[in-house]
Design a protein around this ligand. Structure first.
Ligand SMILES: [Zn+2]
Length: 166
């Protein structure tokens, strides 16, 4: 009886086999060890495919599931301060609507109002791109371990209901 594969980081079962990105992963795949990707928390990990069940399709969608939101945010960094609205968010970053004059690679400290009655989520992020759609931020490493962000993304992913296969 095959054991369903679960994510070692968050314990959720929404893991998909991912394509090999590195030589190490290619070598491991010869021993039935494949990279897997957790859709809930975006954790990537190697696991043995033997005796395990997991969704048959190879999902190579964006590594981070993006969640459309409408959240108030303020940010600061260097001499620039601004406010705006978060349009979508994932464990990897967010896209915001703002007129603030920012440049690619600038680092900002974001304060995102996740819930009305609680202190804002504070994360450091780097500007990845600026376009008419908005400013795309990439969260710096520490943010990805942020428990509140993880819980928020989880809750939204659940209510979004990526078809439950179990
Ligand atoms: Zn996970």
């Amino acid at each position: 009886m095959a054991q369903p594969l679960t994510c070692p980081q968050c314990g959720q079962g929404k893991v998909f086999r991912s394509r090999c990105h590195t030589l190490m992963e290619l070598v491991q795949s010869l021993a039935y060890i494949s990279p897997f990707h957790c859709q809930s928390c975006s954790f990537r990990f190697p696991a043995s495919r033997l005796g395990r069940s997991y969704p048959a399709q190879m999902v190579d969608r964006r590594e981070h599931l993006r969640i459309p939101v409408r959240l108030f945010l303020s940010f600061s960094g260097g001499k620039v301060r601004g406010e705006g609205a978060v349009l979508d968010i994932s464990m990897g970053g967010c896209i915001i609507e703002s007129q603030a004059p920012v440049h690619v690679d600038d680092i900002f400290y974001l304060q995102i109002a996740l819930e009305d009655d609680q202190a804002p989520l504070e994360v450091a992020a780097m500007v990845r791109s600026v376009s008419s759609r908005g400013i795309a931020f990439k969260f710096l490493r520490a943010a990805q371990e942020n428990k509140r962000l993880l819980a928020f993304v989880h809750a939204k992913t659940e209510s979004f209901g990526p078809r439950s296969s179990t």
